[in-house]
Design a protein around this ligand. Structure first.
Ligand SMILES: *[C@@H]1O[C@H](CO)[C@@H](O)[C@H](O)[C@H]1NC(C)=O
Ligand SMILES: *[C@@H]1O[C@H](CO)[C@@H](O)[C@H](O)[C@H]1NC(C)=O
Ligand SMILES: *[C@@H]1O[C@H](CO)[C@@H](O)[C@H](O)[C@H]1NC(C)=O
Length: 403
């Protein structure tokens, strides 16, 4: 028996005895950050602090050169100058998911202090949630994604108005890089439902955080020269949001306005052409009034976006400005009539001219023939020729009769 074994018994007894009055503490350490595991005691003097890790190996001890778990050298550090003051807290540097688990602080000295058990969990909180129409699938799918999160959060889809869960066709992929998760979920858009709101909700594994992103696509058509209301309401009772309206006529979005609900300050890019209702916007109704629409300039996609804490709501509105159908039809038919009349007049004129020319040709031919006949047969009624030459344009048949 080595002296170590002799000491095991009273040590074990101490552990068992103090277990009952040990303090349990839970600490959340953030990914790649330093973290303090608390351990305090009433100092009398000469106390020794030992920290044991998740595998019950000795991580660090004060004042003594105990054999240390090599993986924790330089990672788990005591505040040596604080120990005499009753602060035996441990500094765990650059926390990673593998550092999760139960740690134990054991203080030995003249007075036995209870052990402190610290349960460490490591968290990489969500920083963002993206919800967009997926270009890869020809805009038929929605993509909801969050990156670099630990532990993997829970993601779910829903719609407004509600749709049966089975009707929502989704595929979710989870992959880990450097211990952090990236979650990507795709949802097939519902067929034949154009004005539905898709909601992606992501809840952190520890339940403290819920992020929500929603998207709605809709379409309106309007008449050139008129005003148009583009509807956009924040979901629920959204507080402290920023509202942005933008316009996508081709490939680059143009900013229309930004509104900050905290300051109630609006930055207008389209002053005089687009307007918010100052009172309603405060209550989360960001509908935009567009004035004096011109079809080529104002047709395109308008995007309304509410951004608040862990909550975004986006509405894409396709606007098709057309010339008034009736006016268009009226214009079309009147121009058709004008064209028809012009064509008719031209046709009549041409027919008349052709007729006249033909008549002239026919008549001169017949006159020639008549002349010839006259020459051949000098006995001819002269008055007949005179009458026909005077009235040939009035009586076609007179000449026709000669051919
Ligand atoms: C122990 O000391 C460290 C370093 O000064 C300090 O950050 C920590 O808050 C102290 N803990 C307590 C419980 O006083
Ligand atoms: C909105 O206003 C508040 C208060 O001034 C400010 O803290 C916040 O950053 C503003 N938000 C944006 C997006 O400008
Ligand atoms: C706009 O509306 C007109 C008439 O309804 C339609 O012919 C045209 O294709 C629409 N344009 C777009 C871009 O949707």
């Amino acid at each position: 028996m080595t002296p170590g074994h002799i000491w095991t018994l009273p040590l074990l007894w101490t552990v068992i005895q103090t277990e009952a009055k040990s303090q349990d503490v839970q600490v959340t350490c953030f990914y790649a950050r330093d973290c303090i595991l608390p351990c305090v005691f009433a100092p009398v003097g000469g106390e020794l602090v030992r920290w044991y890790g998740p595998g019950n190996s000795l991580l660090v001890s004060s004042g003594q050169n105990d054999p240390q778990d090599q993986t924790y050298v330089g990672k788990a550090v005591l505040f040596e100058d604080q120990v005499a003051l009753g602060n035996g807290s441990l500094l765990l540097q650059h926390c990673l998911p593998q550092d999760r688990g139960r740690y134990r602080c054991h203080v030995t000295g003249q007075q036995e202090a209870p052990d402190t058990t610290v349960t460490v969990r490591v968290e990489a909180p969500m920083r963002s949630l993206v919800l967009e129409t997926s270009r890869l699938s020809g805009y038929e799918e929605l993509l909801c994604a969050t990156r670099n999160v630990y532990p993997a959060p829970r993601l779910s889809w829903s719609t407004q108005p509600p749709t049966a869960k089975d009707a929502l066709r989704q595929t979710t992929h989870k992959r880990a890089t450097k211990g952090l998760y990236t979650l990507e979920s795709k949802l097939r858009k519902l067929r034949g439902k154009s004005s539905v709101t898709y909601v992606c909700t992501v809840t952190a594994a520890y339940g403290a955080q819920t992020w929500r992103a929603s998207l709605r696509e809709t379409e309106v058509s309007s008449i050139k020269g008129g005003d148009l209301m583009l509807p956009c309401k924040a979901p629920g009772d959204l507080r402290d949001f920023t509202l942005t309206w933008s316009f996508l006529p081709a490939d680059h979005p143009l900013l229309i306005l930004t509104y900050n609900s905290s300051t109630q300050w609006t930055a207008q890019e389209w002053a005089g052409r687009a307007q918010l209702d100052g009172l309603r916007v405060k209550a989360g109704d960001g509908s935009l009034k567009l004035q004096n629409l011109q079809n080529s300039e104002h047709s395109g996609t308008y995007t309304c976006s509410f951004k608040a804490h862990r909550n975004t709501h986006v509405v894409h509105i396709r606007v098709n400005v057309t010339t008034s159908e009736r006016a268009e039809a009226g214009q079309a038919s009147s121009s058709w009539w004008i064209a028809a009349v012009v064509v008719a007049v031209l046709a009549i004129t041409m027919a008349a001219v052709i007729g006249i020319l033909k008549l002239r040709a026919d008549c001169s031919q017949s006159e020639k023939r008549m002349e010839e006949a006259t020459v051949m047969q000098p006995i001819q009624d002269k008055t007949d020729t005179e009458i026909s030459s005077e009235n040939f344009h009035l009586a076609d048949h007179q000449c026709d009769g000669h051919t």
